[in-house]
Design a protein around this ligand. Structure first.
Ligand SMILES: [Zn+2]
Length: 180
């Protein structure tokens, strides 16, 4: 934030005398001095990247959430924690490099796809196929944890039902007393 006006005398040219990054890395505190009136004041600048979810909610970007989502797609694949950490960093750098204060949750998913493909094709395909239907990391994690029955399973069940194997016939009617 250059050209910060002095809040006391409105002088447009103030001088930074101290800069501190907060512990969580999300804000920068700057102590400023006005060369005209000599007074000091503090500004707090946010470095936070926000994510607009499909629900309309906005939340801070969370690298750990990205890693958790990708980790589920990587189950059983030769990918270690170091790979996941590096991927999380790449995704965050990609999103921040766009210079926007806010991105959409779909953008986060898309930013994951390329580095994940470079890492492992199978994990990429898993992630892409599920993520495409949800567009939100939390939904994605839920879907991976509770996978939908795949088409082959549904087809097998349908065929079994037609043959009357292991399924209740849909033509069954109530055998209770009628309410005539
Ligand atoms: Zn001033």
């Amino acid at each position: 934030m250059e050209g910060m006006h002095c809040p006391f005398c409105q002088n447009p040219d103030t001088k930074v005398v101290d800069t501190r990054l907060s512990e969580d890395g999300h804000t920068i505190r700057r102590r400023r001095e006005c060369p005209q009136c000599g007074r000091r004041f503090t500004t707090v600048e946010s470095t936070m990247l926000l994510v607009l979810k499909r629900s309309g909610n906005v939340e801070p970007f969370d690298r750990a959430k990205v890693i958790a989502g990708v980790r589920k797609a990587c189950q059983g694949r030769p990918i270690d924690e170091g790979d996941l950490k590096a991927l999380g960093q790449k995704v965050e750098e990609d999103l921040r490099s766009r210079g926007l204060a806010q991105v959409r949750s779909e953008d986060v998913g898309k930013a994951i796809l390329r580095p994940l493909r470079d890492l492992d094709e199978v994990a990429y395909l898993r992630f892409a196929s599920v993520y495409r239907n949800f567009g939100d990391l939390e939904d994605f994690q839920y879907a991976i944890a509770c996978p939908l029955p795949d088409r082959a399973t549904q087809e097998a069940k349908r065929q079994a039902a037609q043959k009357g194997i292991g399924a209740t016939p849909y033509s069954a009617v109530s055998v209770g007393p009628s309410r005539a």
